[in-house]
Write a protein that binds this ligand. Structure first.
Ligand SMILES: NC(=O)c1ccc[n+]([C@@H]2O[C@H](COP(=O)([O-])OP(=O)(O)OC[C@H]3O[C@@H](n4cnc5c(N)ncnc54)[C@H](O)[C@@H]3O)[C@@H](O)[C@H]2O)c1
Length: 333
């Protein structure tokens, strides 16, 4: 099987994880790393050519694709260079922090007939895979409504975390809820039809803009979801619960990446689902990478893959509009 040469662009905390994944995956060869900040170089990047400019990294190493792990504020410049060299891109979430900009990026890559997959690694978690199986196997019947709770005190000043969310607009929605909205669409296999949301920022928040999201999401297949997501809850331990009420019982996930159960209406006990053990942030992203390579080989569904993420970004956009206007917002498909 072909070994794909890859250039990693953006060597911040996430890029450093990507470099480990790319070095380990036998189907790819990490040929160069690029970051505009030379200080990001570390011992792990010692043996790999390091560049400050994406075009130099591409020109001198002739890769087959790019992993773009830069912040989401302005990706067009880099995509233009990728397109010049006809390179497909695996790009980190969120694609952009503005829905119109995201549409422009997708149109641009489509015009160039280049694959651009967005890195939604949570799709590859065992808890996600097994939840989808429970629904497909009809274990407790058809889902009808759900509650998704993610309450976290995220220390935005931690060394190992990116700093731009401290100052950006709607950091929770663009950076975190985007994962959750994508999971909701993916697990329930339905698009989100309408949103009623409020966003807010508690007085003790270290973030400039809103870290609290409360939303009611209506799916096209009629499932209704109560979503609570925040980054400045006032407890240092993360509280996660994703419960789905179905025709004959419930499916409940009690921890962010594990503890998945189902329970029949008449049963007194929850049945725990055995989940495959994984190395979080690595194994999930490695599966995503394999999926990307598979799409590269098959060369099909490019336009579908490229535009998929827009549907999750549209939910973020609708939450912002709903919070501003106080009205329920319909998402046009
Ligand atoms: N999928 C996940 O689970 C996950 C987890 C963390 C971060 N992310 C995403 O990954 C992306 C990067 O996150 P991070 O935490 O590493 O951010 P960061 O801001 O800490 O690091 C980004 C790095 O990219 C470099 N950079 C910026 N513009 C560049 C350019 N044009 N060319 C080359 N280098 C450039 C910066 O110098 C910096 O070193 C973000 O979109 C973030 O949302 C995803």
């Amino acid at each position: 099987m072909k070994t794909y040469k890859v250039v990693l662009v953006g060597y911040g905390p996430r890029g450093k994880i990507w470099s480990k994944i790319l070095k380990k995956n036998k189907n790819v060869k990490l040929v160069a790393i690029c970051d505009i900040n030379l200080k990001t170089k570390n011992k792990d990047s010692k043996k790999i050519p390091f560049y400050l400019k994406i075009e130099n990294a591409i020109f001198e190493n002739n890769p087959d694709f790019i992993v773009l792990s830069t912040p989401p504020a302005s990706r067009m410049k880099d995509l233009k260079v990728c397109a010049k060299y006809k390179l497909p891109v695996l790009v980190e979430k969120p694609l952009a922090v503005n829905i119109n900009e995201a549409k422009k990026l997708v149109r641009f890559m489509n015009r160039n007939k280049l694959l651009m997959m967005v890195g939604l690694n949570f799709r590859y978690l065992p808890s996600t895979i097994e939840k989808i199986k429970l629904i497909k196997l009809n274990k407790v019947g058809k889902p009808n409504f759900a509650r998704f709770v993610y309450e976290r005190w995220r220390d935005g000043k931690l060394m190992r975390l990116n700093k731009y969310p401290l100052l950006m607009d709607q950091p929770m929605l663009w950076e975190q809820s985007i994962h959750h909205f994508d999971l909701i669409r993916y697990v329930y296999n339905s698009e989100i039809k309408s949103v009623y949301a409020t966003t807010s920022n508690p007085p003790w928040s270290m973030y400039k803009d809103d870290t609290n999201v409360n939303a009611i999401l209506e799916l096209k297949n009629k499932i209704i979801i109560n979503y609570v997501g925040n980054w400045q809850s006032n407890s240092k331990s993360l509280n996660f619960e994703w419960r789905t009420d179905c025709e004959n019982g419930i499916i409940i996930q009690k921890k962010q990446f594990e503890d998945l159960y189902y329970r029949h209406f008449k049963s007194k006990v929850e049945k725990k689902i055995k989940l495959k053990k994984i190395k979080m942030w690595f194994d999930d992203a490695n599966l995503l990478l394999n999926d990307f390579l598979d799409s590269l080989r098959k060369k099909k569904d490019i336009y579908k893959i490229n535009s998929d993420h827009l549907k999750s970004l549209a939910v973020v956009d609708a939450c912002i509009k709903s919070s501003k206007t106080g009205k329920k917002v319909r998402i046009l498909s």
